[in-house]
Design a binder for this molecule. Structure first.
Ligand SMILES: Cc1ncc(COP(=O)(O)O)c(C=O)c1O
Length: 377
């Protein structure tokens, strides 16, 4: 990783293809013959998408841009899910032309679908789950999904409208800590089989923690799918890509106010998760320990933005005596890292590179300031 930072500069997103491949293998091992759809919002880089596509993974897309990415890497309609709670006319049109499967998120959507659409209905199981509020999507007051009491009218509108109801869908949130939440949610949806009868598909979404018991989640999911006589689909995002990526950043200096800070050249513009929902990323110091400097110290990692919330970590333990230029790696940054990076403060978004097993390959060049203002000229 040091080589990559020296070669491509920092901040830098560095990914490992073998680690990504291993995550796909783990998911397949747990979910057996379930169909896997990658929620590309986690990291939509074309190189990663191509790799997943060639491994037989389909794509869950939530915007016209994401649909465009799926098409660009060669996915056909059978390999694309069109999701989103406020789909645009263009998204309906393209999804229809491709013959993709739509995930319907509210009863009113039935009237907006292209003719003879293939459809899953997203159900809101009305369940509080163990994650940050901003990441919970299956709670009764969240904006996602069709309420169970709306399911009969939605199903009959779809059927009488000439659409093909393939099955139900749920996604209860992201970075769920308690695996038991999945079983509880799947159980609530399984109970709806009394309303729907047999279905072709049950899509149980994603949201698995990085150390989640995948076999346990898969067992509950298979049980729920069986109650519809349905094939099982799953839609992981973070689980597939988070471990494979790190954010490399260099120490810029130190300061002390009421707290101790280690200043870094990356911040909220490169990695928003800590600020957005208090995500904690493990931090590794990548400098060789200096003689006599085996002590550690605690500090907050402060990014360069003029925002008090621009902290990549709090109370991070680092070897004492870091100097300007020392390298840090923020781990598990492959999901919702680069994908959420921004050019706020006219800071070009970082390059992304992939270790393909023998060398580093650039999968996104560093943005330039000219790229940022090109659309304004
Ligand atoms: C509908 C849907 N499916 C799957 C996912 C993937 O979630 P995660 O990355 O936590 O696995 C998301 C994430 O927001 C989602 O909205």
């Amino acid at each position: 990783m040091r080589q990559a930072a020296d070669r491509f500069g920092t901040p830098l997103y560095a990914y490992s293809a073998p680690v990504l491949d291993a995550a796909i293998v783990r998911v397949r091992a747990a979910f057996s013959d379930a169909r896997i759809w990658y929620a590309m919002k986690a990291n939509p880089n074309l190189t990663l998408l191509r790799r997943m596509h060639s491994a037989g993974v389909g794509f869950e897309c939530v915007s016209l841009g994401e649909l465009g990415r799926a098409v660009k890497v060669g996915a056909g309609g059978q390999e694309i899910l069109v999701n989103g709670l406020a789909k645009t006319d263009d998204e309906y049109r393209l999804g229809g032309e491709l013959g993709a499967t739509f995930i319907v998120d509210r009863p009113e959507e039935v009237g907006l679908l292209p003719p003879a659409s293939r459809v899953l209905v997203r159900v809101n199981p009305g369940l509080s789950v163990s994650t940050h509020d901003h990441l919970a999507t299956g709670a009764a007051d969240s904006k996602f999904g069709v309420r169970p009491d709306q399911l009969p009218e939605t199903v009959s509108a779809l059927r009488s409208g000439g659409h093909i109801l393939r099955g139900l869908h749920l996604h209860i949130g992201s970075a769920i800590r308690d695996t038991g939440d999945f079983g509880a949610a799947f159980g609530r949806v399984a109970a709806l089989s009394a309303l729907t009868g047999e279905l072709e598909v049950l899509d149980v979404g994603g949201g698995w923690g990085l150390d989640a018991d995948l076999h346990g989640i898969a067992a509950e999911a298979k049980k729920a799918a069986a109650s519809f006589g349905a094939a099982l689909w799953a839609e992981p995002g973070r689980y597939l890509v988070a471990h494979s990526g790190v954010l490399l950043t260099r120490v810029m200096g130190h300061k002390a106010t009421g707290r101790e800070f280690t200043l870094t050249d990356a911040g909220m513009t490169e990695l928003l998760r800590p600020m957005l929902y208090g995500a904690v990323h493990p931090v590794r110091a990548l400098w060789n320990s200096r003689a006599g400097e085996d002590e550690t110290s605690l500090s907050d990692l402060a990014g360069p933005a003029c925002e008090s919330g621009d902290l990549l970590g709090r109370d991070v333990t680092l070897p004492s005596g870091a100097v300007r230029g020392d390298l840090l790696a923020l781990l598990d940054a492959g999901a919702y890292g680069a994908a959420m990076s921004s050019s706020y403060l006219t800071r070009p978004r970082p390059a992304e590179v992939l270790w393909d097993g023998s060398d580093w390959v650039v999968m996104r060049r560093q943005e330039t300031v000219q790229d940022i203002w090109a659309a304004e000229e």
